[in-house]
Design a protein around this ligand. Structure first.
Ligand SMILES: Nc1ncnc2c1ncn2[C@@H]1O[C@H](COP(=O)(O)OP(=O)(O)O)[C@@H](O)[C@H]1O
Ligand SMILES: [Mg+2]
Length: 294
């Protein structure tokens, strides 16, 4: 859904549609003297929902934060519609990219409306307070995510699912071109997981792009147009869910045995987890595993 007409604005490029919405080029990020994102490259178009999956510590959050511009990569680049992120100032960037960190909203004492209005801050001038249009956009975002009735309720007095929908509303009120969501379904029950993914999917289909870090491979397979699989900071597979979610990749990266069936109607993989794979050496980087003798 387009909340206001200015969703179509560009970021200064004469022909932004010639470029992918997002291009991540050979991204390397170091934290605490260690390379935690190591040469990650992928690109995505408008209208696409890309899932990043991978085991704990594989660098998903770090890759997403670098894509949002919150942390500077050691090397490599991120481009939005062909423009390097490093050439876009923080305020302009916040109009283009909405980033929802893992576990957001805890300890906040604001109403849903106040939180949705925070999404408007990048659109306001210095010392400018939000106007009628901003309130309308914020309210429309709360309506879109199904929490309009909680507009005046404190976020602390909401269930996890309601809180998460308010936070998504804040991101939508920002009217970004790119939505970056880090584990938005964590701590939600099954119904709310599906509702949230379906909501993001619909928003993306209306012309935005979304990169969503997910733990749940079944959810990723069901909703994402494309998946990026990370392991030890590296991108090890990138493509359609059926290309990435193979039994071999799940065994190699997640160390689980799984049966994969392709759903005849959707063409998407259905993942049936069987159990942990025996014989893989925990803690040994994938790239080195082939050299490990049993
Ligand atoms: N601020 C930090 N300083 C040092 N190491 C960090 C920091 N943040 C994360 N890491 C390490 O970077 C690696 C990747 O972390 P992260 O991107 O959070 O992984 P994921 O989101 O895939 O679980 C992990 O080994 C983690 O311990
Ligand atoms: Mg993470």
């Amino acid at each position: 859904m387009v909340l206001t007409a200015d969703r179509s604005r560009t970021i200064g490029d004469k022909n932004p549609s010639q470029h992918p919405l997002l291009r991540v080029i050979d991204l390397c990020v170091q934290l605490g003297g260690r390379t935690v994102v190591d040469g990650v490259s992928f690109a995505m178009s408008r209208g696409e929902m890309v899932g990043i999956i991978g085991p704990n510590g594989s660098g998903k959050t770090t890759a997403l934060r670098a894509t949002s511009g919150l942390i500077k990569p050691e090397s490599g680049a991120v481009e939005l519609s062909g423009v390097p992120l490093s050439d876009i100032d923080a305020r302009a960037r916040a109009k283009k990219v909405a980033y929802l960190p893992q576990g957001s909203g805890q300890g906040m004492s604001f109403t849903a409306m106040e939180i949705a209005l925070m999404g408007r801050y990048p659109h306001l001038g210095r010392f400018e307070v939000e106007g009628e249009n901003d309130r309308e956009v914020a309210l429309a975002a709360l309506r879109r995510t199904g929490v309009e009735e909680f507009a005046d309720r404190q976020i602390g007095d909401m269930s996890g699912g309601e809180r998460q929908r308010v936070l998504i509303a804040r991101s939508l009120a920002q009217e970004p071109e790119l939505l970056l969501l880090d584990e938005p379904t964590a701590s939600l029950d099954l119904k709310h997981q599906l509702e949230l993914m379906s909501l993001v999917h619909d928003e993306v289909a209306a012309g935005m792009g979304a990169v969503v870090v997910l733990h749940d491979v079944a959810l990723a397979a069901r909703y994402c147009d494309r998946l990026v699989l990370m392991d030890y900071g590296r991108l090890v597979a990138d493509g359609s869910p059926s290309h990435v979610l193979t039994a071999e990749n799940l065994a190699r990266v997640f160390e689980v045995e799984a049966d994969i069936e392709i759903d005849k109607t959707t063409g998407r993989p259905l993942v049936r987890l069987i159990g942990p794979v025996r014989g893989v050496h925990p803690g040994v980087p994938t790239a080195l595993r082939d050299e490990v003798t049993e």
